[in-house]
Design a protein around this ligand. Structure first.
Ligand code: GLA
Length: 717
């Protein structure tokens, strides 16, 4: 057994260790948990001391008094004397909300406890889990606090399990996956906010007193507020400073709280949005929260990003996937719904000539889907567009040496569809309430088992003989008026929002199992579901519908704060007529090669010059794509719409430095790379200049000639 988690009877403390961090939980009076320490490894930690305070409620049981309000809590509950944000609030059948769990026992296990019906991180042979079991005898409930240590990546994950041991219902009003109290400091809060077309802009501000609530109530992790959040020293930058980073392995509505209290503690909570997902827990039933993750580093925001990236690469992305990221041609931005077999076969020929690896047939291939107001739900091929059927079409594509990808949006239904005529009651909406449309579509209530069955059967019939190995899975609206569309007799329970998410994962899993070897590219109107849980199934995600290079540079920079480049789908898109020149294609390419490269343009109308330019890009990218897919990310600079970072490819000890700006070109920048080894020689591939490692460490001056540019610094063997 590893010793990454230990319990010391003398100190009554649990010690959770990762490669660089230590987390200590103190068991106070054999009943309550105090958070003692979270930070870099140390042997000296202040003892737990009760801190009296006027107006604080305290426990006076003959021993030293306990003041819950000032105690650093592990998992604070409502009404227990801790007056700050509660992590758990349960209402019993009498309407009473006071919740008070006390310690019962602990267990340390190798590996982890899986989470019912939800994705969670994969283990390795160093993974261990601490399970603290608590009881509330008035509610007749058991609570398990689970802490899983992912040693090499400096990540500790948290989730909780609630068991109702009684016969009476308990209403879950709030149940967070993670609570962390840390001592107050001059901290900043860093978040990823945006909208459709402007996803994941980094926002940083000083943390003020009170609660900051970052949430989504849309049934998705959303374009608007990503579940990632970090707290850092206000002096922290990419290379220095204390940073605590958090994220959530969940794609539904969430509620993350950061609270700066007036009693010298800061509280961070990650969890589901109780207002949307609150539910009744019947007697004998268990409830699992999704998994939340946290990391700490004193080496700045860059190290925090690398911790998350390596965790996602090692423990999140599907194990079978094995780094296969083809260069795709996607049909959407060039043709929208106007696609057919003839055109696609012609396109495929050009794509092959260019070196493209996969043709992704986007929206428009099925039913009467000629615009966005019809067809969703009717997942059979449009025979007018594909007269010889999908199977034959896929054979023809395979013969040309291309792989095939197909777009689907399984969670949706247009009122203008066969499915709606047959099953209007399958729309997600509360009984008796009005239906709300978005992009002319409703959400299918996949919380219903019969809907899930319909989708599996229909997709199986449509795809069973088709040669394809790529799905683009879209989701183009938020969930509103979530409820039960049945008049009383057919209630599932009131946990539809959660069941929806569980079945959405179930359907992803079904695709991966039923069509072995396929990969799924996630998408939700661009990057509206860009979260760790989706990444358990979708090894890459369409970053944004916005492919303007200047905006993309910002969106990609924000995405890289929490998620690795290998999940970031980046396409060179169709420029407007006057811009169809090699310089513009070059600009778009230089931004797109920061992630997984693809193209979305009309290849049939490319002139020779542009064709040659793209052909060159593709053969070049094939030589360098490992930097983005496997490299480690080091952000250097981000100000006034200028972004500089590099990827380090450890196996060949080489670097690719990316630069993007809106300023005048020809900028000289001094770049220092601490990973360069002193006595080795490195060559700048742009001008064949040779440097000693020690010079690169100290800083070399590089010139970037274009609005987007890159320089490879390669170790000489
Ligand atoms: C969304 C996606 C696009 C495209 C369209 C198709 O907007 O983000 O890439 O697939 O849907 O309708």
């Amino acid at each position: 057994m590893n010793n990454n988690i230990t319990y010391n009877k003398e100190t009554s403390c649990f010690y959770l260790e990762t490669s660089n961090t230590l987390y200590i939980i103190k068991l106070v009076r054999n009943k309550y948990f105090a958070q003692l320490y979270y930070g870099e490894k140390t042997t000296f930690v202040d003892e737990y001391k009760p801190r009296p305070l006027a107006f604080a409620s305290y426990l006076d049981d003959g021993e030293e008094k306990i003041y819950f309000e000032t105690m650093m809590a592990e998992y604070p509950s409502f009404g227990s004397g801790d007056f700050w944000a509660d992590a758990i609030r349960l209402r019993n059948y009498k309407g009473n909300c006071v919740t008070d769990f006390e310690y019962n026992n602990y267990e340390i296990i190798n590996g982890r406890i899986n989470i019912h019906n939800l994705p969670c991180a994969n283990v390795d042979n160093k993974t261990q889990t601490l399970v603290l079991t608590l009881k509330d005898n008035v509610l007749n409930c058991t609570l398990k606090l689970c802490y899983t240590v992912f040693y090499d990546t400096d990540i500790i994950s948290r989730h909780v399990v609630l068991i109702n041991n009684g016969n009476e219902d308990v209403i879950i009003e709030n149940i967070k996956s993670l609570n962390l109290d840390i001592p107050n400091n001059d901290y900043d809060i860093v978040t990823l906010n945006g909208a459709h077309y402007f996803e994941r802009t980094i926002r940083r501000s000083s943390l003020n007193y009170g609660k900051q609530v970052l949430y989504s109530a849309r049934g998705t992790s959303s374009h608007h507020t990503n579940p990632f959040v970090a707290i850092c020293d206000n002096s922290a930058d990419y290379t220095k400073g204390n940073v605590y980073g958090f994220n959530f392995i969940y794609s539904g509505s969430f509620e993350n709280i950061v609270e700066k209290t007036s009693v010298d503690k800061i509280r961070i909570q990650i969890g589901v949005n109780g207002a949307v997902e609150g539910q009744v827990l019947q007697g004998g039933v268990e409830y699992y929260t999704p998994e939340a993750v946290m990391t700490y580093t004193n080496k700045g925001l860059g190290q925090m990003s690398r911790n998350f990236h390596s965790f996602i690469k090692k423990h999140i992305i599907p194990l079978s996937f094995n780094h296969r990221h083809p260069i795709v041609l996607n049909t959407w931005e060039a043709f929208y719904f106007d696609i057919d077999e003839k055109k696609l076969l012609k396109l495929a020929d050009v794509a092959v000539d260019l070196g493209i690896e996969t043709l992704v047939v986007d929206d428009g291939w099925f039913s009467v889907r000629n615009s966005d107001n019809a067809g969703l739900g009717d997942w059979w091929v449009n025979n007018d567009k594909f007269p010889s059927g999908l199977k034959m079409f896929s054979n023809k594509i395979a013969k040309k040496g291309l792989s095939l990808g197909i777009w689907i949006e399984p969670e949706m239904i247009n009122p203008n569809s066969e499915l709606f005529k047959k099953h209007p009651e399958w729309c997600l909406k509360a009984y008796g309430r009005k239906e709300l449309l978005s992009r002319n579509q409703h959400v299918l209530n996949i919380a219903l088992p019969e809907v899930l069955t319909y989708l599996k059967e229909t997709f199986f019939q449509t795809f069973k003989d088709v040669k394809f190995n790529y799905i683009k899975w879209d989701m183009n609206r938020s969930l509103s008026a979530v409820g039960n569309n049945f008049n009383g007799e057919k209630l599932i329970d009131n946990a539809i929002a959660r069941k929806y998410i569980e079945n959405m994962y179930n359907l992803h899993d079904w695709f991966l199992q039923t069509f072995p070897g396929i990969m799924i590219e996630g998408c939700s109107g661009g990057g509206g579901r860009y979260d760790m849980a989706m990444m358990r199934y979708t090894s890459q995600i369409w970053t944004s519908d916005n492919t303007f290079p200047a905006d993309r540079a910002r969106i990609q920079h924000g995405s890289l704060l929490a998620y690795p480049a290998c999940v970031m789908s980046c396409h060179v898109s169709n420029p407007e007529e006057s811009l169809k020149k090699p310089e513009e294609y070059d600009y778009r390419y230089k931004i797109a090669l920061q992630g997984v490269l693809g193209y979305e343009m009309d290849l049939l109308t490319l002139n020779r010059e542009n064709f040659d330019c793209i052909k060159k890009q593709i053969s070049e990218y094939k030589r360098i794509r490992d930097f983005a897919v496997l490299g480690n990310y080091y952000p250097l600079f981000a100000k006034n719409e200028t972004y500089v970072h590099y990827y380090h490819l450890e196996n060949i000890d080489s670097f690719i430095i990316h630069y993007a700006t809106q300023k005048q070109v020809g900028e000289k920048i001094t770049i220092s790379i601490p990973q360069a080894s002193d006595n080795d020689s490195y060559i700048d591939r742009k001008n064949n200049k040779v440097y000693k490692g020690i010079n690169i460490k100290e800083g070399i001056e590089l010139t970037f000639d274009k609005k987007a540019d890159y320089i490879i610094i390669e170790k000489q063997i």
